[in-house]
Ligand binder design. Sequence first.
Ligand code: SF4
Length: 219
Amino acid sequence: MEKRKKTVRPFAVKVPEKKLMADLELLREKALELGAAGAEIIPANQLVVDERVRLKCIVPRCLRAGETPNCPPNAPDLDLVRKAFARYSWGILLKTNMEPIEDYAPGHLDKSGVDRTLLFHQKTGKIIYDLERLAYKRGYYLAMGLGGGSCKDYLCHGLVCQFKDSGRCRFPLRSRPAMEAMGIDVLDIIKKVGWDAYPLLDELDKTPCATSVGLVLIY
Ligand code: SF4
């Protein structure tokens, strides 16, 4: 009988430094391949979890606050988030630039008639899902991806949250809290890697870019 080639890696509990660094670089490159405009390996201890960020979801009140299980005040408690994040060592931070910016101005519909503003974080959400999956497949069983914005927008296109309605999420593996819902100061971490983000208000023609940010904690 022909011997089966075993190429699937076992789950990793302790990963040697050299192998870990090579895997992180591979995942960083994969993020770019998947369409990220930038991707950086970051030490997890550079993430700042700040109550003010979490509070900004309800002051002033975001349209999505409380509307999904992932949106504050329903997102995980920040003490749990801090304790869990302290156990990670490394992550991949990535960004996508949404172009042209004008397409994401309120009221701009895409070909299927969906308001483009709802889809602002869609591309990032897809990349973090794929990257988390790849990291898991390479043995990093605690890999955890977080995107931006509400899953009610970029996954459910503004429809009533089915989880809140019937307890069955439409996208159980893709749905997750946003970085900001977990209290992560996103602007602080992107500054640390040398990126910029801009307010998207009324002068879109003078705004250099519109950026969506995601994070996959790996190990
Ligand atoms: S049903 Fe939609 S809005 Fe509700 S948790 Fe799932 S993805 Fe989010």
